[in-house]
Write a protein that binds this ligand. Structure first.
Ligand SMILES: NC(=O)c1ccc[n+]([C@@H]2O[C@H](COP(=O)([O-])OP(=O)(O)OC[C@H]3O[C@@H](n4cnc5c(N)ncnc54)[C@H](OP(=O)(O)O)[C@@H]3O)[C@@H](O)[C@H]2O)c1
Length: 253
């Protein structure tokens, strides 16, 4: 089997690469920057924005795990226009695996709207696909919302809820799909527990034995409300095992 992983320098892409090392499959990887420590993988430069390098990246490939993404910069051009252009080059592909995000149709956030639109593009293409939505990664929530205290306080919209998931478990789930037939939109892949951001910040303080406190502030607006209502969670999804606390402990090792 010949596999292509796009977005090979990203959080999910790197997790996939770590686990695909030593695989019996032939693995090609693509991104704009060359990843470090890429072992035996063949790296091809490609740009989802301009389309440069995509033909070479997808040539003779059987399965694609498409993790290339751009949540903040040129998002529409990459998630939709670039994505449509990419799909147009994939008539030979046996299985296109698309990681997506839980709750995107209910959360008023531009990037999530684009992901939802991209899911529709994929569904209406003739490409055999599997869409697997996941909840936010542990590291993503930590880096975005509780990376650094200010004056010994984590100042956070503490009522936001997350069911964060370990990126390595999600990567392993996607790799399992490579040798399965395309599933269409499949079961969501979620973290093992739903926590408020305040609880997550307090766990970080406890695990790291920090001399900080949490200051929870309310935010206004529909986006904040959708996260406090847990629209980004799914307690019926397939569950990873690694909790946020364990993720934090693993980082200390
Ligand atoms: N982060 C989360 O919590 C989360 C949760 C659920 C699902 N997901 C989904 O998982 C997937 C991967 O997310 P991630 O967090 O791993 O993303 P990420 O860390 O932001 O990585 C994005 C990747 O896309 C590549 N990229 C960006 N712009 C590009 C362009 N113009 N052309 C080609 N490659 C480009 C980047 O590499 P270069 O800059 O080197 O090109 C990088 O390898 C996405 O579909 C995301 O929606 C993420």
């Amino acid at each position: 089997m010949r596999i292509l992983v796009t977005g090979s320098t990203g959080q999910l892409g790197s997790a996939l690469l770590r686990q695909l090392k030593g695989s019996n499959d032939e693995v090609r990887i693509t991104s704009r920057r060359k990843p470090e420590g890429m072992g035996d993988f063949t790296w091809v430069y490609s740009d989802m924005l301009t389309g440069e390098g995509l033909e070479a990246a997808v040539k003779d490939v059987d399965v694609i795990i498409h993790t290339a993404t751009s949540p903040t910069k040129s998002s529409r051009d990459i998630e939709i226009t670039g994505f449509e252009n990419f799909l147009g080059k994939l008539h030979h592909i046996q299985h296109f695996i698309y990681p997506s995000i839980v709750g995107i149709e209910e959360i008023p956030f531009n990037y999530y709207r684009l992901k939802y639109e991209a899911e529709s593009l994929l569904k209406s293409s003739n490409i055999p696909y599997t869409i697997v939505r996941a909840t936010q990664f542990h590291g993503f929530v930590e880096n975005l919302l509780i990376s650094k205290p200010l004056f010994k306080r984590y100042i956070v919209p503490g009522k936001m809820k997350f069911q964060s998931v370990d990126v390595n478990e999600y990567a392993s789930h996607l790799i399992d799909l490579i040798h399965q037939i395309p599933q269409g939109r499949t079961e969501d892949f979620c973290g093992p527990e739903i926590l408020t951001l305040k609880e997550m910040a307090n766990l970080k303080i406890k695990v790291n034995d920090e001399d900080n406190r949490v200051l929870s502030i309310p935010l206004a607006g529909k986006l904040y409300r959708s996260f406090t209502e847990g629209k980004n969670t799914n307690s019926m999804g397939k569950m990873g095992k690694i909790k946020f606390e364990q993720y934090l402990k693993n980082k200390l090792e």
